[in-house]
Design a binder for this molecule. Structure first.
Ligand SMILES: [Zn+2]
Ligand SMILES: [Zn+2]
Length: 401
C-alpha cells in the first residue's frame, strides 16, 4: 500500500464508522460502506424500515433476545434506494463490527469483491472460520478481519487537519484525542467457568443466555486460539501442496498449548484471551477452559470485584456418556472408558480439580435431567447471590428503555 492508499483506507474507515452514529437502535449502532475505483459508492447504517418509527423513539422490539425492529446496515447497503446495484458489484465493503451470516450472503449476492470487518465476535451466533466461509461461499470469497485502533486512526486524520493547509491549521489549533474507559465497561462481569470435559459448561452458557436474554453475553474459550493455530498450520500445509492435516482434537490442542507456552511463556494464552475479553462490548463475558492458577490470576486482573469463578461438577461416568453422545471432537464417539480415564490423568485436565477450592460458587450437574430444571435453578441462585440480578426485573428495564 502506498502512503496515499493507506490514507484513503483510513479516511474510508473513519467515514464508515461515523455513519454508524445515524443507527437508530442503541443496542448496536452499526454501519457499512462500499468502495469502488477509490470512491465510496455506498454508505448505510442500521435502522427501521422507511417510514417506520425508530427504537430510539418507541423502544426496542425484542424477539429471542435480539431487537428485530431494524434492518442491518449491510442489507440497507444493498437496498437499491441507497446504492446503485451496478456500483456494488466488484466493490470493497467495510463493516466496523462482525457481519452476520445472512448479511454476508446478502453481500455475496450483490457480487461484491471483498469484505473487511473489524471488531471481535460481538455477534456470537456467527464466528467466521475459514472452513465455514469456504463451505458456504466458495474458494474465492474474500472476508478479512482487521484490527483498528480508532484513537490512533482519528488522531492521524485530525493531525493532518492541523498540518499545512488543514482546516484546523487555519483555525490555529490541534485536537488531541484521549481514550477514557466508560463507567459501563467497569460494570462488565467476567465469569470463568471451571469444569472437567463433559461437566456441562456449554449447557450452562446456553441456559444463562436463555434465562438472561436481555443481557449481552459472550463466551471466550481458551481453545479458540489453539484451534486458530491449527487452522493456520493447515493453511500452510495446504499452500505447500501437502495432504496432511491436523485435527482439532484435544491431544492436538494440548500439544500446541504446551509448545506455545514453552516458546512464549505461561501467560501467552491468558494474555490473548484477556485482550479479546476486554475488547468485547458485552455485559457478561464467560471464560471457558480455565485450567491453571495463572488463568485465575488473569481473571482477577481483568476485573477484581466483577470477576467470579464458577465450578461445575458431574461424576466421571455421567461425563463420559455426555462426551460420547455429543461427539464434538474427532474420536469422541468411539472413546473407550480406559481412554477417557487416561485423558483425565493428563496435566491440563488433572489441574482442574485443584482449582475447585478457589471457586466462588459451585453448580452440581450430576443429575440426568433432559430439561435441566435443577441446573437452571442453580444458575438463577448463583446470579441472585453473587450478582444481584433478577432476570425479570432486568428484562422489563431493558424493554421499557
Ligand atoms: Zn432496537
Ligand atoms: Zn447482519
Amino acid at each position: 500500500m502506498t502512503k496515499r492508499e493507506k490514507l484513503r483506507d483510513r479516511v474510508h474507515w473513519a467515514i464508515t464508522l461515523l455513519a454508524s452514529v445515524m443507527g437508530s437502535c442503541d443496542r448496536l449502532l452499526i454501519s457499512a460502506s462500499a468502495e469502488k475505483d477509490k470512491r465510496i459508492v455506498g454508505l448505510s447504517y442500521n435502522g427501521s424500515l422507511p417510514g417506520r418509527p425508530h427504537c430510539d423513539d418507541i423502544g426496542h422490539y425484542m424477539i429471542n433476545g435480539h431487537c428485530s425492529r431494524t434492518r442491518h446496515a449491510e442489507k440497507n447497503l444493498r437496498d437499491k434506494e441507497n446504492t446503485d446495484p451496478e456500483k456494488l458489484k466488484g466493490s470493497h465493503i467495510r463493516v466496523p463490527g462482525t457481519p452476520c451470516l445472512d448479511c454476508l450472503k446478502e453481500l455475496a449476492g450483490g457480487n461484491v469483491a471483498s469484505i473487511e470487518y473489524t471488531g471481535y465476535y460481538d455477534n456470537q451466533e456467527f464466528q467466521p472460520t475459514p472452513e465455514m466461509i469456504k463451505e458456504i461461499f466458495g474458494e474465492n470469497f474474500k472476508l478479512e478481519h482487521c484490527d483498528i485502533d480508532w484513537v490512533e486512526l482519528f488522531q492521524e486524520l485530525f493531525d493532518r487537519l492541523s498540518g499545512p493547509g488543514g482546516m484546523f491549521n487555519q483555525l490555529g489549533y490541534r485536537i488531541k484525542l484521549v481514550k477514557e474507559p466508560l463507567e459501563k465497561n467497569n460494570m462488565k462481569i467476567y465469569i470463568a467457568v471451571i469444569g472437567q470435559s463433559g461437566s456441562g459448561k456449554t449447557t450452562t452458557f446456553e441456559l444463562f443466555k436463555e434465562i438472561y436474554s436481555s443481557l449481552k453475553i459472550s463466551v471466550h474459550r481458551f481453545s479458540n486460539p489453539l484451534d486458530e493455530m491449527i487452522d493456520a498450520v493447515n493453511r500452510i500445509l495446504a499452500r505447500r501442496g501437502l495432504q496432511d492435516r491436523l485435527e482439532k482434537s484435544r491431544p492436538n490442542q494440548q500439544d500446541i498449548s504446551t509448545e506455545l507456552r514453552i516458546i512464549f511463556g505461561e501467560e501467552l494464552l491468558g494474555d490473548t484471551l484477556q485482550k479479546r475479553a476486554e475488547k468485547d462490548l458485552v455485559d457478561v463475558v464467560f471464560l471457558d477452559g480455565v485450567r491453571r492458577p495463572a488463568d485465575i490470576e488473569m481473571l482477577r486482573k481483568l476485573s477484581g470485584e466483577n470477576s467470579l469463578l464458577l465450578y461445575i461438577l458431574a461424576p466421571p461416568e455421567e461425563r463420559f456418556e455426555r462426551i460420547k453422545k455429543r461427539a464434538d471432537r474427532p474420536g469422541d464417539a468411539e472413546k473407550t472408558w480406559e481412554q477417557f480415564q487416561a485423558e483425565q490423568e493428563a496435566e491440563a485436565e488433572s489441574l482442574i480439580e485443584t482449582l475447585r477450592s478457589m471457586a466462588d460458587f459451585e453448580l452440581d450437574n450430576s443429575l440426568h435431567d433432559p430439561e435441566y430444571k435443577s441446573l437452571r435453578a442453580q444458575i438463577v441462585k448463583f446470579v441472585n447471590e453473587k450478582l444481584g440480578l433478577n432476570p425479570k426485573e432486568k428484562e422489563e428495564e431493558i424493554n421499557v428503555a
